[in-house]
Design a binder for this molecule. Structure first.
Ligand code: CTP
Ligand code: MG
Length: 253
C-alpha cells in the first residue's frame, strides 16, 4: 500500500543574524588601534568575535559595525578570515556611541531576519554554547534573552553628586544575591529590538536589553560564561591571551 500521508512541511527555522558593535576606540585599554582591531593570539579581536558567532548553527548573517574610518580595512580583514560557507557577512560604519552603532547595524539587516543577537566585539572568547543557548531561548519564544553571571564582588551605590577625586559617600549596599553581571550576545525578537531602539535614541542604556526593559517587554537571563568576559582594561588582554593559549593546547583550536 502506498503511503498517502501528505508531506507536512515544518516551518523553516527563524533566520538569525549577529550584529557585532566594533566601532569603539578602546580608550580604557590605553593608546593604540581601535580595540576591535588589536591582536589577540596574533589575530584581531574582532575576527575572534565574528568566528565565535559564525560558528553557532543559528547564525546565517554577521553584521560588523566598524569604526567609520576603518570600514575598508575591516572588510579586507574579514576577507582574509572568511566565515563558514553558510554564513554571510556585512560591514557597516558605526557611530559615536555603542547604542548608535547597534542602531546602524540593525538598519543593515535584510527583511527575512527574525532573530537578532547583539554581541560586543570586545567579548572575543564567548563559547559557542552560550551563543546557542541565547539563540535557542529566543527561538523558543522569549523576546529578549541575556546571558548573565552572579556578581562576585559586593557592589555599593554612591551619591551621583560627589566631586571627582573626593572619597565617595556610600548610599546603599544592594543584596548581592539578587544582582547579576550581564554579558553578550543578547538575543532578541527582531521587531522588539527595533521598536526599543526607535523608542529611545537618547543613548541612555548601556546594553540593548535595557532599552527593551524601558518598553515594558520582559527580559530573561540564561547562564553566561566566565570566558565571555569583556576585554576592557590591559589586564583583560592578558587574561584573554591566557584563555586562548589554553584553548590552543587543549582543543585543537
Ligand atoms: N562600540 C561601538 N561603537 C561605539 C562605542 C562602542 O560599536 N561608538 C562597541 C565597542 O567596539 C565594543 C562594545 O561596543 O565592542 C562595548 O564597548 P566598550 O567595551 O565600552 O568598548 P570601547 O567603547 O571601544 O572601549 P572604551 O569605552 O574603553 O573606549
Ligand atoms: Mg565604551
Amino acid at each position: 500500500m502506498t503511503d498517502v500521508t501528505p508531506f507536512i512541511e515544518q516551518p523553516p527555522p527563524a533566520r538569525a543574524a549577529a550584529v557585532i558593535p566594533a566601532a569603539g576606540l578602546g580608550l580604557r585599554l590605553g593608546p593604540g588601534a581601535p580595540k576591535a582591531l588589536r591582536p589577540l593570539g596574533g589575530t584581531p579581536m574582532l575576527v575572534h568575535a565574528v568566528r565565535a558567532m559564525a560558528r553557532a548553527r543559528a547564525i546565517a548573517l554577521v553584521v560588523v559595525v566598524a569604526p567609520a574610518e576603518q570600514v575598508a580595512l575591516v572588510r579586507s580583514l574579514l576577507d582574509e578570515h572568511p566565515p563558514p560557507p553558510a554564513v554571510e557577512q556585512l560591514v557597516v560604519a558605526g557611530g559615536a556611541t555603542r547604542q548608535e552603532s547597534v542602531r546602524l547595524g540593525l538598519a543593515a539587516l535584510p527583511e527575512e531576519i527574525e532573530v537578532v543577537l547583539v554581541h560586543d566585539a570586545a567579548r572575543p572568547l564567548v563559547p559557542v554554547g552560550t551563543v546557542d543557548a541565547v539563540a535557542a531561548a529566543v527561538r523558543a519564544g522569549a523576546p529578549a534573552v541575556v546571558p548573565a553571571l552572579p556578581v562576585t564582588d559586593t557592589v555599593k551605590s554612591v551619591a551621583a553628586t560627589a566631586a571627582s577625586g573626593d572619597p565617595e559617600p556610600v548610599v546603599a549596599t544592594p543584596d548581592r544575591s539578587l544582582l547579576r553581571a550581564v554579558q553578550t550576545p543578547q538575543g532578541f525578537d527582531r521587531a522588539t529590538l527595533l521598536a526599543a531602539h526607535r523608542a529611545n535614541t537618547a543613548d541612555q542604556a548601556t546594553d540593548d536589553a535595557g532599552l527593551v526593559e524601558q518598553l515594558g517587554v520582559p527580559v530573561v537571563l540564561v547562564p553566561g560564561h566566565e570566558e565571555a568576559f569583556k576585554v576592557t582594561r590591559p589586564l583583560d588582554l592578558l587574561l584573554a591571551e591566557a584563555v586562548l593559549a589554553r584553548r590552543r593546547t587543549t582543543d585543537d583550536f
